[in-house]
Write a protein that binds this ligand. Structure first.
Ligand code: DAH
Length: 360
């Protein structure tokens, strides 16, 4: 006979006791969580619980009743503890099953694709330009983007009063007098040319150097202007360097970058730090020289500035212009990328729209 059957027999006709047993058993059965089951346990079997109250009532019963009631109370306590323990293990098992199903792995679901990042188009174009010059024996040097007026202008043969300064609207960081320029004024470099001075100051010829980096100008942003842009500077200083070396070097470079069919031409120009100065054009890709919208009818596309390093610049770094000569050039990376990939608006480089970036 089970404890419960035995208990029912003991209870017999005691109506209140029978009702209490039914209520207690159904309270246990209906508990739907470990917390509510614990509440039922305390209510029934706790120190102030109902079963304890039965025990406490025994001494005040007639002596003949006491032994039966004692046995009922003891059996009741055992039955309820057993039921609670059984229910507890059922609830624990349910909880465990729920946890497992939450963490379940559905191996039939399609996987999540990781989107791979890659180099920005401008970085790839810079890498390409640099690697061509590396094969020609050049080395890479970088300079600071926050630069002294001295390196950005003065030592590049653009002293304070020089009219060419007004061509370049600069972002000043520190300026002694907004009306005048001083060599210790601090600005965001307006071009990569100051790296020439920094390298020449610390090293001696022969020098064959390229220098990629950012430059800053106070330009309104539109399809062809950006306040931040990229340049690659290059220069060579050695004995007996002449304009033929400059033209030969840049022609090789252009054919490697844009293909063997591209022709180069040099037009006289002015830069304060080169004498003579030139701009180099390449034959238009779109029309191969016949004239079209891209080249504005001229058949040529302007691609970079260059020239022979002005002897005055050598003066600033104490090189003897009788012993050494050199050439220099500087190109805009955005313009080269635009021409090479047929991109008509410069803003796409900086908007970081992945639909554009992914194409390269
Ligand atoms: N620094 C010039 C600019 O930003 C580009 C340039 C022209 C660089 C001629 C040179 C050079 O080194 O020789 O427009």
């Amino acid at each position: 006979m089970s404890d419960l059957e035995h208990l029912k027999e003991l209870i017999g006709e005691r109506k209140e006791m029978a009702e209490f047993l039914d209520e207690a058993l159904s309270a246990v059965e209906q508990s739907d969580s470990l917390e509510s089951l614990e509440r039922v346990r305390v209510e029934m079997l706790g120190k102030k619980g109902k079963v304890s109250a039965i025990f406490r009532g025994i001494p005040s019963l007639p002596p003949s009743e006491r032994p039966v009631l004692g046995e009922i109370a003891n059996t009741l306590r055992r039955v309820l503890s057993d039921e609670i323990a059984r229910k507890k293990s059922v609830l624990l098992a349910e909880e465990e099953r729920e946890k497992l199903s939450e963490a379940a792995l559905d191996v039939t679901l399609p996987g999540r694709r990781k989107r791979l990042g890659h180099k920005h188009l401008l970085s790839s174009v810079i890498d390409e330009i640099i690697s061509i010059f590396l094969t020609l024996g050049y080395r890479v040097e970088e300079g600071p983007e926050i630069e002294l007026d001295y390196y950005n202008f003065e030592a590049l043969n653009q002293p304070a009063y020089h009219p060419a300064r007004s061509l370049q609207d600069s972002f000043y960081v520190k300026r002694r007098d907004p009306e005048k320029n001083y060599p210790d004024d601090v600005l965001l470099r307006t071009h990569t040319s100051p790296v020439q001075i920094r390298v020449m100051e610390s090293d001696s010829p022969p020098l064959y150097v390229v220098s990629p980096g950012k430059a800053y100008r106070r330009d309104e942003v539109d399809a062809t202007h950006s306040a931040v842009f990229h340049q690659v500077e290059g220069f060579a200083v050695d004995r007996d360097i002449n304009m033929g070396h400059l033209k030969g070097t840049l022609e090789v470079f252009i054919k490697k970058l844009f293909g063997e069919k591209r022709e180069a031409r040099f037009r006289p120009h002015f830069f304060p730090f080169t004498e003579p100065s030139a701009e180099m054009d390449i034959s238009c890709f779109a029309c191969s020289g016949k004239g079209c919208a891209l080249c504005k009818g001229s058949g040529w596309l302007e691609i970079m500035g260059c020239g022979m390093i002005d002897p005055n610049v050598f003066g600033y770094v104490s090189y003897d212009p009788e012993r050494f000569s050199g050439f220099a050039f500087g190109m805009g990376v955005e313009r080269i990328a635009q021409l090479k990939y047929g991109i008509d608006d410069m803003r796409v480089f900086f908007e970081n729209d992945t639909r554009f970036l992914e194409q390269f």
